[in-house]
Write a protein that binds this ligand. Structure first.
Ligand SMILES: Cc1cc2nc3c(=O)[nH]c(=O)nc-3n(C[C@H](O)[C@H](O)[C@H](O)COP(=O)(O)OP(=O)(O)OC[C@H]3O[C@@H](n4cnc5c(N)ncnc54)[C@H](O)[C@@H]3O)c2cc1C
Length: 312
């Protein structure tokens, strides 16, 4: 069902945030997601300001029978709807870092890069994925695997609590003691159990390390040996290994464009002097086609071009 314009006007009046309709100046920007090729036109995009707003939008969708989709960082294809309502979480940007307790409360509209940059100012981190612009909303609820996975686990291993608006419009705090079943379900269950508006994360000490991109020719030996080295490496090292045809990236010699390569992104979360020999073992697997691995702070793993990603 597509909600009527007077119903959307009523919803807009209830919200602290705002409703963007097809006539809104920022409608096209607001309905665009990271993956290309989608041109869905929602009846309304609700840029919510808090959990109460989310509950209002859920109630509206229930009352009108409109399809309801949830969008955080917009990196999946699951937030699009033709004629329904999108709950857009991108204005939920609150971030309270407690360096003493090593915890952070974060609005689910933040991106991995934004959270990581702020936590990095304290030499702290929560592990997300390999791309700065991915939303903490989607990656956390899906589990979250990234550069700290071997040392500190998945993103959900550091999820301590969440604020969730449920399908019946209740706003709940969930953690190991309160609503433990729901807390269990959201750690990997995606957006199927409610709309998370805030997460509480544990922060890990991750000040400096050794990291970056290493590109090797993808021979069968190099692939097999890469996997053995990754397995044998100390847990400080996590690698994300893409075996792929080389994209025309400026840092790759032109003759390798279109040829099979190992494009590895890696981070050693620890003393750079200890990390460099660990990384050197990968450098020796074959003559590197590109080697941008160096001592760095953890936030530097997310390059300045926010949407840079060698695969996407
Ligand atoms: C370029 C790229 C790189 C990636 N790299 C990694 C990686 O290294 N590691 C990894 O684990 N994953 C990775 N992913 C996958 C990514 O984590 C998922 O696609 C994730 O769901 C995207 O989250 P989002 O908030 O950006 O997307 P969205 O499309 O906004 O959300 C994804 C899904 O979660 C739901 N959702 C989002 N936020 C909430 C919320 N607060 N409450 C309820 N439901 C919600 C949405 O409805 C949707 O179904 C990558 C994806 C891309 C496109």
């Amino acid at each position: 069902m597509t909600p009527q314009s007077h119903e959307l006007a009523q919803l807009n009046a209830q919200l602290t945030g705002r409703v963007i309709g097809p006539d809104g100046a920022d409608y096209d920007e607001a309905r665009t997601i990271f993956p290309g090729g989608f041109d869905s036109r929602p009846a309304a995009i609700a840029r919510v300001a808090d959990a109460a707003d989310v509950a209002f939008v859920i109630a509206e969708a229930r009352a009108t029978g409109a399809e309801l989709k949830v969008r955080a960082g917009g990196h999946s294809i699951h937030s699009v709807t033709q004629g329904g309502i999108v709950v857009d979480l991108r204005d939920l940007r609150e971030l309270e870092i407690d360096p003493k307790e090593r915890t952070a409360w974060a609005g689910t509209g933040l991106t991995a890069g934004e959270y990581t940059a702020a936590a990095g100012e304290h030499g702290l981190a929560t592990g997300f994925g390999d791309t700065a612009s991915v939303g903490i909303g989607g990656i956390t609820l899906g589990g979250g695997i990234g550069y700290l996975v071997r040392k500190h686990g998945l993103t959900i291993d550091d999820l301590l609590a969440a604020e969730i608006a449920t399908a019946d419009g209740e706003v709940l705090m969930v953690d190991a003691e309160s609503n433990p079943d729901l807390f269990w379900a959201i750690r990997g269950g995606g957006g199927n159990f409610g709309i998370a508006t805030r997460f509480k994360f544990r922060l890990q000490d991750v000040a400096t390390g050794v990291g970056g991109i290493l590109v090797l020719p993808a021979t069968p030996d190099a692939i097999a040996n890469f996997l053995s080295e990754a397995d044998a490496a100390p847990e400080e090292l996590s690698t994300i290994c893409n075996v792929m045809t080389a994209p025309p990236m400026p840092f790759l010699p032109e003759e390798y464009h279109g040829r099979p390569v190992i494009l590895a992104m890696m981070f050693y979360a620890g003393d750079p002097d200890a990390g460099t020999p660990v990384v050197d073992r990968f450098r020796k697997l074959a003559t590197p086609l590109a080697d941008m691995v160096r001592p760095m702070t953890y936030p530097e793993m997310y390059p300045p071009e926010e949407d840079f990603h060698p695969i996407g």
